[in-house]
Design a protein around this ligand. Structure first.
Ligand code: PLP
Length: 369
């Protein structure tokens, strides 16, 4: 096992994830918890097990290996794999571990038919209604349906598609376009006598479009406390979710930075007055982007302390002039913290120039087991 070199302490509040699930389940009624990518960095097994305690019986993972991991840990219920199967080995794992594979290419059908050797296998169908990423287009459905007639042991049970603009109220028209396309696909299936379950919405769709819930909803980011409508006209629709992840590191040293002195590599910050700085044990080796240099904050003693100069590999300097009681050993929060200075995933994402999804995934890579 690799040495654990990170002093950054990334923590997950499982109770908060569970509370978010209960809120979403109340709104959607039949949620499939999206736990792909290690549950957005929150820990696949911990999150899935936690949600099971609240009655979750459907999970969506990314790779087949994630599904296998859940099954080997004894997780019951329906486990949808969004990315696989890619090859024969994965197709056999899908069959052997009773996973529900999301099929988006014709050749996956033959592969799965071969791997299952005539034994019944349920499958989910991915439809492309406008995202233009993965899936069968409406025009391809007749061919798909013909192919399904030939692979009789493969039983489609779920058809799903994914919305491109559900979290942007001013792009609601495109959501409706995708929904109309989805309905059209559904009509095609029904005309051929197929009775499937249907699933269209992600977090934003679940919270913003109650009329598009279909049979199953697929919340991801909202489980992890993010309101997809923050700072939009629909903000109230995503109210009540709780933050789930924090990241903190100890202060290693506190010292004066005198007027005219610079700090860190490249001398990108020079003090215009006498300051006090704290050196915090976090850096880009912990997943804290170097792009946060001179433009982000940590929360210390409930207040904001700005980052001074470049973020280094394992060290970052912050301004604690207004926090004179700061000493080595104090805790600095890059995500979370208390009081008015607490930092949300949205704050951090904004300084980082990205979205909370990416912040969670990157910080999650450094989560201790
Ligand atoms: C990731 C993902 C989701 C969850 O989306 P959020 O915006 O995180 O709620 C739902 N469906 C599919 C197919 C996904 O890939």
């Amino acid at each position: 096992m690799a040495l654990d070199y990170n002093l950054l302490d990334v923590r997950v509040d499982l109770k908060a994830v569970r509370a978010n699930y209960r809120l979403l389940q109340h709104r959607g009624r039949n949620c499939m918890a999206v736990v792909k990518a290690d549950a957005y960095g929150h820990g696949l097994l911990e999150v899935a097990r936690g949600l099971s305690l609240d009655g979750a019986r459907m999970f969506a993972v990314g790779a087949v290996s994630e599904g296998v991991h859940l099954r080997e840990a004894g997780l019951p219920g329906r486990i949808l794999t969004l990315l696989g199967p890619q090859d024969m080995r994965e197709a056999k794992a899908v069959a052997g571990q009773n996973l529900l594979p999301l099929i988006y290419r014709m050749d996956q059908l033959q592969m799965l038919a071969e791997a299952t050797a005539g034994r019944p296998q349920q499958i989910a169908l991915k439809l492309d209604t406008g995202m233009r990423r993965l899936g069968f287009s409406p025009e391809e459905l007749p061919t798909l349906l013909d192919q399904l007639q030939k692979t009789k042991n493969l039983e489609p049970v779920l058809a799903m598609s994914h919305l491109a603009t559900a979290d942007e109220p001013d792009q609601a028209a495109f959501v409706q376009e995708q929904a109309a396309c989805f309905q059209q696909c559904r009509t095609q299936f029904e005309r051929r006598g197929l009775h499937l379950e249907y699933s269209l919405v992600n977090s934003a769709g679940l919270l913003g479009y109650p009329d598009l819930h279909f049979d199953i909803q697929r919340p991801g980011i909202s489980l992890y406390g993010i309101n997809p409508f923050l700072n939009t006209a629909w903000e109230a629709k995503g109210a009540g979710l709780q933050p789930t992840m924090t990241a903190s590191a100890p202060v290693l040293q506190v010292h004066a930075l005198r007027k005219g002195e610079s700090i860190s590599y490249g001398r990108t910050f020079t003090a215009e007055e006498d300051l006090t700085v704290a050196i915090v044990a976090m850096g880009y080796a912990d997943g804290i982007s170097r792009s946060l240099s001179n433009r982000s904050f940590v929360c210390l003693h409930g207040q904001r302390a700005r980052i001074l100069g470049r973020v280094c590999m394992q060290l970052t300097a912050v301004d604690v002039t207004a926090l004179p009681h700061t000493v080595a050993g104090d805790t600095a929060w890059i995500l979370g913290g208390s009081g008015a200075g607490a930092i949300t995933a949205n704050d951090l994402a904004q300084w980082w120039g990205t979205i909370p999804y990416e912040v969670f995934c990157l910080l999650g890579l450094n989560r201790r087991g």
